[in-house]
Design a protein around this ligand. Structure first.
Ligand SMILES: *Cc1c(COP(=O)(O)O)cnc(C)c1O
Length: 362
């Protein structure tokens, strides 16, 4: 399959420096988008073609477009950080490209070559590099590659046409006022993903499936839902959009990939960063009862969630139908904060990138 080269058709009316600066003051997450986007088409028989960088703007879709009815859609999330020397680097985009291929296989979509995924991300960041926040804090440019089925018709089958896009959005520090622990609702009845399902694919359908449980958690005063396995309702899986880690002194444990857990790039990176810091890091099954018992007897010292958007979020309070407890006194734990700092320092380029994770655009 040939790799499309992206044709540059930049906007003749990008935002002025002053307007852009105003949007970047307190960008929050996913509220403002840069001046451009990348689009690449796929058609059966022809493959990937027509790669373009164009002004950011609405799509025009026939109401019978496949994705609007049957949700054949996948996405990614990754970040570009400004480095101390003012160059820009993206954190582990090759891993997102590979995961995008795995998600595509699961949803019977065509696989985008890794080098095309990288080329698309690079082209957009290069064009809109003024939107990458200044070096210094935890701000970044969040990239959202995604693919939708664009065949028109209501027949249920893998589509014969797809559109791949990359959009970008400046992301503020997740915790502008300092790292704040989240509260977790342990859902013992609703599940996010099932064995043989698509829990290990990054697809919008998994998020749609999580919204009701999320609303129920909010009604109970919790920020996030933790899902258990769908068969025994016993084994801890992950949150709606973040993986979980348990800290036992100087050992960190994350649930073993079960097929219904999304394989986070942050999760994977922390297995290595922990070892760099002299901690032990392992994957193991963790049951909900073990979680409660170990928290109560004090052997489980900290719990945190991790993902691209927040990097690392401490867990402060945990609630299940029969009990409620606090982790590390409801404060961010020491190991949690050390790991968070270590990973952010690699991403911001202030510490040695010993694993070769940063993809520099110069
Ligand atoms: C994206 C995602 C994560 C985190 O993955 P990262 O690659 O670390 O951002 C975790 N769980 C789910 C369900 C996700 O969609």
């Amino acid at each position: 399959m040939t790799t499309p080269t992206i044709e540059l058709k930049p906007s003749s009316t990008p935002l002025s420096d002053a307007e852009r600066a105003a949007r970047m003051v307190n960008p929050g997450f996913g509220r403002h988008f840069t001046d451009h986007m990348v689009t690449i088409r796929w058609t059966e028989g022809r493959g990937w073609h027509d790669g373009q960088l164009v002004p950011y703007g609405p799509l025009s879709l026939d109401p019978a477009t496949n994705v609007l009815h049957y949700a054949q859609e996948i996405f990614e999330g990754l970040k570009a950080y400004r480095q101390p020397d003012d160059t820009v680097a993206i954190f582990r985009p090759d891993q997102n490209a590979l995961r995008f291929q795995r998600s595509a296989r699961r949803l019977a979509m065509p696989e985008l070559p890794v080098e095309t995924f990288l080329e698309a991300c690079d082209a957009l960041v290069q064009q809109d590099r003024a939107w990458v926040p200044a070096h210094g804090g935890e701000e970044s440019l969040y990239l959202r590659p995604f693919m939708i089925a664009t065949e028109v018709g209501l027949g249920v089958k893998p589509a014969n046409e797809y559109l791949f896009l990359v959009i970008a959005s400046p992301a503020g520090a997740y915790f502008p006022g300092g790292v704040k622990p989240v509260s977790i609702w342990l859902s013992e009845d609703r599940v996010r993903a099932v064995p043989g399902g698509m829990g290990d694919a990054k697809t919008g359908g998994n998020y749609a499936a999580s919204l009701l449980a999320q609303a129920e958690a909010a009604a109970k005063g919790c920020d996030q839902v933790c899902y258990l396995d769908a068969v025994e309702h016993k084994w801890v899986e992950e949150l709606g959009g973040m993986n979980l880690y348990f800290v036992y002194g100087d050992k960190i444990v994350t649930p073993t990939l079960s097929g219904s857990i999304l394989e986070g790039v942050t999760r994977d990176s922390l297995l290595a960063v922990a070892r760099d810091l002299g901690l032990e890091s392992v994957e193991a099954r963790v049951s909900i009862d073990q979680w409660q018992r170990d928290a109560e007897d004090g052997s489980l010292t900290e719990v945190f969630a991790c993902g691209t958007a927040a990097v690392i979020t401490p867990v402060g309070t945990v609630k299940r139908s029969s009990a409620e407890w606090k982790q590390s006194g409801g404060e961010p734990g020491e190991v949690t904060l050390r790991l968070r700092r270590a990973l952010l320092d690699i991403q911001r380029g202030v510490t040695e990138d010993r694993h070769g994770w940063m993809h520099s655009l110069g």
